[in-house]
Design a protein around this ligand. Structure first.
Ligand SMILES: [Mg+2]
Length: 180
């Protein structure tokens, strides 16, 4: 019988984090996570109740600037927030919103206020005026290319629900009423 020796240099349990470059405007909460399955949440109308500022978008004077500027005052949509908190810890959480990057401080402050769980916040980059569906479709491909595989998404815009389905991502429609 041999004497027990010092532990050998076997495999360590160090986690390999995503090291592929991601766009500069992607915002990690605490830093890159390990590749793996993720769940994608829209914000306005899914986690964030934008009902109090929808009137800024009423025809004929749609004021998108004021609409987005007010996003930090939204109430939380409790049911979806609870669902988010109950997800398996092994799932990465991606917040994917067509809000412009200039309201990231408002958005980060809001996320902190409600202590929501998330790993990566992706907003629309400066100068990106593409339709929400097109923007989000590009992000799905990009997430996959860095090793984050969307397993499920939550959306209140049916055009985005269709896009996720077309991309092979199950998507749960949340009714906000903003698109009726
Ligand atoms: Mg939405």
């Amino acid at each position: 019988m041999s004497e027990p020796g010092p532990p050998d240099d076997g495999p360590t349990d160090a986690v390999e984090l995503i090291d592929a470059p991601v766009p500069e405007h992607w915002w990690w909460r605490t830093g890159p996570v390990a590749p793996g399955p993720c769940v994608v949440f829209d914000m306005d109308g899914v986690l964030s109740d934008a009902a109090g500022r929808q009137h800024y978008l009423e025809w004929p004077q749609r004021d998108w600037d004021t609409f987005f500027e007010a996003c930090g005052d939204d109430e939380l949509i409790d049911e979806v927030a609870t669902l988010l908190s109950l997800l398996d810890d092994d799932l990465r959480v991606v917040l994917l919103t067509a809000r412009p990057l200039r309201v990231r401080p408002h958005t980060l402050g809001w996320l902190e206020r409600y202590r929501l769980r998330w790993d990566l916040l992706i907003m629309r980059d400066w100068g990106d005026y593409s339709a929400s569906r097109r923007f989000k479709q590009g992000v799905v491909a990009h997430l996959r290319s860095v090793g984050l595989e969307p397993k499920l998404a939550f959306e209140d815009d049916r055009r985005n629900v269709e896009m996720f389905h077309a991309e092979g991502v199950p998507c749960i429609y949340i009714h906000s009423g903003y698109y009726d």
